[in-house]
Design a protein around this ligand. Structure first.
Ligand SMILES: NC(=O)c1ccc[n+]([C@@H]2O[C@H](COP(=O)([O-])OP(=O)(O)OC[C@H]3O[C@@H](n4cnc5c(N)ncnc54)[C@H](OP(=O)(O)O)[C@@H]3O)[C@@H](O)[C@H]2O)c1
Length: 327
């Protein structure tokens, strides 16, 4: 038996139940990982609350969490690329909040020695997401104006550093002056307190009326459709999350009236679906972090048994950067 955090019935943070579970021996194509750190992500709250159903064949009760890092302690038949003793990280595989877990071997990525387990748990999902959002969904280039909502969050602090590294003029919205200071230390050139200030007017002023080539919006309901007014003609709206709730249905004609805009709702699952892409995105992240140009701020650490508190903190906007659980 190993310690894990399961959801038996969708609900609030109290739905996260700390208990012992059985982890079977790995089947064909699977590995068993002894986890040293588990990542906490906003998507974990969507699965917990029932906003996203667990992907089949999983069903209630399921182990929460989608990211982690640890040591391989057993491999199933047919697994050749990963060996017992390898240090691995993974993302986007429900079942993360546990001391040990099974994982499809083709979803595991070997960690370079330069990347610690805690760093990996703090970045496999968030850092890989930033890599594809800034390099693949829309290619950020030097001199572009880029707006990043929730710039002091887990995705936000990594995205600010990465966009800065690419030479963009980085504008970030944040919920408090403390978060503004933190975003600035992490490469954000201009911050906007979007709970108090009109962020559209601020973006117009900061860009001298030119607006942004791209807006990265993980907030959703509360920032839509105002985010569209921050984008220059032919620019890109990237809606990648819904911390304030999902964007409601809208007429596609709005994209025409706002300047022939492009809009996309991407997910890492699509961008990293093929193993070659998973490895390319992960390796780009590893080399960028190893270069020191992007750091992974793991600002909250919790014991595995305190997962419910971790979710309360995340959903009440009390966290900055990445959060992890230590089994
Ligand atoms: N599509 C993908 O591939 C993908 C992958 C990973 C994550 N995501 C998305 O990226 C977003 C950020 O994820 P994260 O794990 O890094 O979380 P996070 O940004 O660390 O935490 C959420 C932040 O959102 C802001 N926020 C704005 N309105 C909020 C509200 N009503 N309730 C709670 N928070 C609110 C808060 O920052 P302020 O106080 O500064 O407003 C809060 O700290 C999420 O929407 C997540 O679903 C998408």
């Amino acid at each position: 038996m190993v310690a894990a955090v399961r959801v038996h019935k969708a609900g609030g943070p109290e739905a996260l139940t700390y208990e012992d579970i059985d982890v079977p021996v790995p089947g064909p194509g699977q590995i068993r990982i002894k986890q040293h750190a588990c990542g906490i992500n906003y998507i974990d709250t969507y699965f917990r609350s029932g906003l996203y159903p667990p992907p089949p064949p999983q069903s209630l009760p399921f182990v929460a969490g989608n990211e982690g890092a640890g040591e391989v302690v057993a491999v199933g038949s047919g697994v050749t690329e990963i060996k017992v003793g390898d240090r691995v990280g993974y993302t986007s595989a429900l079942g993360g909040y546990a001391a040990e877990r099974l994982l499809a071997a083709d979803r595991a990525v070997k960690l370079p020695e330069t990347i610690s387990y805690e760093q990996a748990a703090g970045m496999m999902l968030k850092g890989m997401t930033v890599e594809y959002l800034l390099n693949r969904t829309f290619k950020v280039r030097g001199g572009m104006n880029v707006l990043i909502h929730a710039a002091a969050g887990g995705i936000g602090l990594i995205a600010c550093q990465w966009a800065n590294m690419l030479g963009a003029n980085v504008i970030g919205t944040v919920g408090s002056p403390e978060k503004a200071a933190l975003a600035k230390v992490n490469g954000c050139h201009h911050t906007i307190l979007y709970r108090d200030e009109d962020f559209v007017a601020e973006v117009k002023e900061i860009t001298g009326g030119k607006l942004c080539e791209v807006v990265y919006d993980g907030v959703g309901k509360e920032t839509f459709p105002k985010s569209l007014d921050c984008i220059r003609p032919l620019g890109m709206f990237v809606s990648f999350g819904n911390t304030s709730g999902s964007i409601e249905a809208f007429s596609i004609n709005i994209l025409q009236t706002k300047g022939s805009l492009f809009a996309t709702r991407p997910t890492l699952n699509t961008y990293a679906a093929k193993r070659e892409d998973l490895l390319a995105i992960a390796n780009d992240l590893f080399s960028t972090v190893a270069s020191g140009k992007v750091k992974i701020p793991v600002n909250q650490r919790y014991a595995l048994r305190d997962a419910a508190k971790a979710h309360r903190d995340l959903e009440s906007r009390a966290t900055t950067g990445s959060s992890i659980l230590i089994p």
